[in-house]
Design a protein around this ligand. Sequence first.
Ligand code: A3P
Length: 321
Amino acid sequence: ESAERKNEAKNYSEVMSTLPKVKGWRGYDYYLYQGFWYDTFFLEGLVSVQEHFHPQSTDIFVASSPKTGTTWLKALTFAILTRSRLSGSTTSSLLTKMPHDCVPFLESDLAQDPSNRDLAIPLVSTHVPYSCLPQSIISSSCKIIYICRDAKDAFVSLWYFLSAHQRSENVEPLPLEEAFELFCNGIANFGPYWDHVLGYWRASLEFPEKILFLTYEEMKKDTAAHVKKLAEFMGYSFTLEEEEGGEVQKIISMCSFEELSSLEVNKNAVHRAPGTSIPIQNSVFFRKGEIGDWANHLTPEMGARLDDIMEKKLKGSGLKL
Ligand code: A3P
C-alpha cells in the first residue's frame, strides 16, 4: 500500500506541474484544474477523492461554493436528519460541536481519512464543483442539496474569512480591492464563482429529483417553507404531528444564526482548519449572516461591476442571482 501511495504522490506532483497557476488570495499558489481554481491542499484532496471515494447509497451531499451558507445548511440538514433521536445525544451534537464537525467535508476530512465520519449519519458536504465531483457520486442515487448566494455577499464573506485565516498565520491580509480583482477574474477558492453556480443549476434542471438548488436569500425569506422542502427532498418529511408539535420551528431556532453563534463551542472553541496547522476560531464561521452586507464594504461601482459579470455569465440559464 505504501508503494501505491508513493506512486500516487508522484502522479499527483506530475499533474500539478502541468497545471496553470496564479498567486492566490493567501499568498500561495492556486492551480487551475478541470476549469476551477484550487489551493494545493484542496486540489490534492479532490484528486484523491475523484479516484477513491465511494458514497453510501443513502448519502446526501450538501454542496456549495465557500461562504454561501454551508454552515447553516449543514446545521439544518443535520438537525432534520437526526431529529427522531432528539432525546438521544445526536441532535444535541449541534449544541456542543460546530456544524463543520457534525458533517464532514469530502475533499478535506474524507480525503484524508475515509473513515472520518459517522456512517449512521448519511451526510457529507463538499465545495467541489458539479463537473469535478467523483464519478461515483454522479452515477449514484445520492441526493445533492446545493446552496448559493448573491455574488457580492459571497465575495465579502470570503474576504473576511480568508483575512481572519491570514491574521492567525501572521500574514497581512490581501487588500480588499486586490481580492475583488481576482474574484472578478474567476480566481477564488473553487472559482469561478459563476461556473460553480451554473454547474449545479444546470444539473438541477436536468436531474430535479437528484439535485435541490437553493439560495441563501430564499432560505432567509421563508425558512419554514424551505426546511419542510429540505426534509421532503431528503426523504425525512415532517409528519403532521411533528408539524403540529412545532418541530419545524424548533429546528429553525436551533440552527438560526443568533442561536448557533451564541453557543459556547461556536464562540470560543477552535476548529482545525483544513490545509493549515493553525487552528481557526469557530466564531469566524459566524460573521453577520445578513443579506446585502456587501454594500458596507464595496463601492456601488464595484457592486455594479460584479452584478454585470454575473448577469452576463448567467444569461440564458434561467437563473437570476
Ligand atoms: P457573512 O460573512 O455574510 O456573515 P459558509 O457557511 O458557507 O462558510 O458561509 C458563511 C456565511 O454564512 C457567513 O456570512 C456567516 O455569517 C453565515 N452564517 C453562518 N451561520 C449561519 C446561520 N445559522 N444562519 C444564517 N447565516 C449563517
